[in-house]
Write a new protein. Structure first.
Length: 171
């Protein structure tokens, strides 16, 4: 994939807590011009998140050895309410996100075509009046509206959307 095809993407890199600096060093050496935009250390007991502005081709990102996963950012909500109105905010940002079309384009480029099925995997840290499954369902419903050609499935989906609710932000 040419560098220009993902240059506008924001990427979320999942790493094992404690390996953030090691992963950042590997990325700095393997992906010329990668710009670290944010770090959420110990998002939960299993994962830290690194956000990058992508400036190189997908094979470099997908060949990294110290990271668990690399995702294209599809939507972002800032100042997300922790009460139940946060669920409506999650759905609204999913319906209007400028990042979603770029993320879907990157998927099609990497995988050779558009997905037919999807699932939402939700993770949450912080205190909220809603549970992780409620957030997952809010985003899933918005994706069904925004991407009507995709069919939601419980497992073995072509595309996975990872919802990370970090305190009052969602990625």
């Amino acid at each position: 994939m040419p560098a220009s095809s993902i240059a506008a993407l924001h990427l979320l890199v999942h790493v094992v807590p404690g390996l953030e600096d090691v992963a950042a060093d590997e990325i700095a050496g393997a992906v010329p011009g990668a710009e670290l935009a944010g770090i959420w250390k110990n998002f939960d007991e299993r994962t830290s998140l690194l956000e990058y502005h992508a400036v190189s081709d997908a094979p470099r990102w997908l060949a990294l050895g110290t990271v668990e996963d690399v995702f294209a950012l599809a939507a972002r909500a800032r100042s997300l309410h922790s009460d139940r109105s946060g669920l409506h905010e999650l759905a609204a940002v999913t319906l209007t996100s400028k990042h979603l079309d770029r993320a879907m384009g990157a998927y099609a480029t990497c995988r050779g075509g558009a997905p037919r099925t999807f699932r939402v995997v939700a993770r949450q840290s912080g205190t909220h009046a809603y549970c992780r499954v409620d957030a997952q369902r809010a985003v899933e419903g918005a994706l069904r509206t925004r991407l009507p050609r995709l069919r939601p499935v419980a497992d073995e989906a072509d595309a996975e959307f990872w919802l990370s609710v970090v305190a009052t932000a969602d990625l």
